[in-house]
Design a protein around this ligand. Structure first.
Ligand SMILES: Nc1ncnc2c1ncn2[C@@H]1O[C@H](COP(=O)(O)OP(=O)(O)OP(=O)(O)O)[C@@H](O)[C@H]1O
Ligand SMILES: [Mg+2]
Length: 246
């Protein structure tokens, strides 16, 4: 199983959009995928209208949760909303607090991909997600603050690697919300390639209004408009991740 955290400390860069559409893209290609919503906002549960008795908050507190099937081959552990924030405080003094999620999911077998959609912060839930993961995708929207977010996230990965001895690799930096009409997008993309040689995904996710609309219809981009640049870009990203995971 390939375990991926989609994470960066900057908000609004396309983490959730990537978790949803990469997750569904992989599921459509025949892989079994489990999404874990690590953000108290709970956007994944909302988009997939998922009903679940238990969630990530319960998993961290009790080791038990509900895995909801949301599409063919696609499964979800909901976040727990506000209770996830309370749980973060409740587990802060536990021994081995960084490994609670990893231990709780150690029996998880029959999935090909696990994808954590992280919140834009440096919190214990994200550290648990990183300690569980073996790969990281950092979405960078085409602005300077997002670039800074990527640098902070790489530092955080280093720290987690050091004190958890996790096998954590940067799968790639993903250029998102790329506006082909502006020079800024091109400039930031060049800076990314220079700073992170061989670590920027070939696929670039362009600005596409359809990607913004799809969640309000409870759909992924592949269900909402297959003939869109958003669908084309996430299809290409799916194939790139599949190639890298062979
Ligand atoms: N390529 C894109 N084109 C147009 N809109 C996009 C694109 N990617 C994401 N968006 C929109 O930008 C907003 C932020 O995206 P998203 O929620 O995926 O970011 P996030 O990194 O998960 O945010 P947060 O840090 O708050 O969790 C959403 O309204 C989303 O629909
Ligand atoms: Mg999000």
């Amino acid at each position: 199983m390939v375990k991926i955290s989609v994470i960066t400390s900057k908000g609004g860069t396309g983490k959730t959009t990537t978790a949803i559409n990469l997750g569904h893209g992989l599921a459509l290609s025949g892989k079994r995928v489990i999404l874990i919503d690590c953000d108290p906002h709970g956007d994944l549960g909302l988009v997939f209208s998922a009903e679940a008795e238990k969630n990530l908050s319960d998993l961290l507190r009790t080791g038990k949760t509900t895995v909801t099937q949301v599409r063919h081959n696609l499964f979800l552990i909901k976040s727990g909303g506000k209770s996830l924030t309370e749980t973060e405080l409740a587990i802060a003094n536990r021994d081995g607090r960084e490994f609670i999620l990893r231990n709780a999911l150690s029996d998880l077998r029959n999935c090909d991909f696990l994808i954590c959609d992280c919140a834009p912060s440096r919190n214990l839930i994200n550290i648990n997600a990183l300690a569980l993961s073996d790969q990281v995708i950092i979405p960078v929207s085409m602005d300077y603050l997002a670039l800074n977010g990527a640098k902070h996230t790489i530092e955080m990965m280093r720290e987690v690697r050091r004190f958890t001895r996790a096998n954590l690799d940067l799968m790639g930096i993903l250029a998102t919300q790329y506006d082909v009409r502006t020079n800024l997008s091109q400039e930031i993309y060049e800076v990314l390639c220079k700073h992170f040689p061989n670590k920027v995904f070939e696929t670039v996710i362009r600005v596409n209004t359809r990607l913004r609309e799809a969640p309000s219809y409870g759909k992924t981009i592949f269900e909402y408009t297959i003939n869109s640049t958003g669908s084309e870009d996430y299809f290409n990203l799916t194939n790139e991740v599949l190639r890298m995971s062979q």
